[in-house]
Design a protein around this ligand. Structure first.
Ligand SMILES: Nc1ncnc2c1ncn2[C@@H]1O[C@H](COP(=O)(O)OP(=O)(O)OP(=O)(O)O)[C@@H](O)[C@H]1O
Ligand SMILES: [Mg+2]
Length: 206
């Protein structure tokens, strides 16, 4: 968001400012309550946001260290950056957020084909896809195939994903299948961030 006051902005900047505020408000409304609290992002995550034009981000670490909260805040920063005046306008941002368990459910073979096909296409094409806790549930062979469709399309078009997970991409083959974990390892490349520390829930409870 521009730092000058709204009445000093050019018409283009004012337009971006208004739209950005509206998008951020809507994003905040759908952010789970505990993840709305402001937090400091780790340096390597801030660097990812600053150069967000392609690579994916993989946040890993032990239980309760802050992976999901960091990912929600990173999505918010990504959204804010979308409306930066210096950036070429490419239409409104399409940012999808999913818990892995809800995603795997939505991809199951027993739902309507048409709805599932539409979902796969949307997740192939959205500008940013955030999947929380990717190793939380094991995907069936069918779901692994749908995940492959989603990830392969994003991989070949360099569309970013943000993943949180308690293992690194190389250890995900059992969950996602080896072809997805291999692609993820390349997509996240230098942006595999290990969050370290104690379970923050214990600090809150103490
Ligand atoms: N940087 C931070 N500063 C302060 N509190 C934080 C920070 N990051 C996370 N928290 C808080 O710590 C708690 C755990 O965070 P979070 O749910 O993101 O952990 P997690 O690593 O995703 O855990 P899990 O592995 O169980 O999914 C939440 O209450 C969250 O709001
Ligand atoms: Mg989490």
């Amino acid at each position: 968001m521009p730092s000058s006051s709204p009445d000093e902005l050019s018409p283009r900047e004012a337009w971006l400012y208004e739209r950005g505020l509206f998008a951020l408000e809507r994003f905040d409304d759908r952010t789970p309550l505990i993840y709305r609290k402001p937090i400091e992002l780790p340096g390597d995550v801030r660097e990812w946001v600053a150069g967000w034009g392609g690579d994916s981000l993989f946040l890993t670490g032990p239980i309760g260290v802050g992976k999901t909260h960091t990912a929600w805040k990173t999505c918010r920063c990504w959204l804010e950056a979308w409306y930066a005046p210096a950036r070429e306008w490419k239409g409104g941002p399409d940012l999808r957020t999913y818990r892995s368990t809800a995603l795997f459910d939505a991809l199951r073979p027993d739902g309507p084909d048409e709805i599932r096909r539409t979902l796969v296409k949307e997740l192939q094409e959205c500008h940013l896809l955030f999947i929380d806790d990717l190793a939380a549930a094991k995907a069936s062979v069918w779901t692994q195939e749908r995940l492959f469709e989603i990830f392969d399309e994003r991989y070949i078009n360099r569309r970013p994903v943000i993943i949180t997970c308690d293992v690194v991409p190389g250890q995900l083959a059992d969950v996602t299948g080896p072809r997805v974990s291999s692609r993820l390892a390349e997509m996240c490349g230098d942006s595999i961030v290990l969050l370290e520390g104690a379970d923050r829930r214990k600090e809150v409870a103490a």
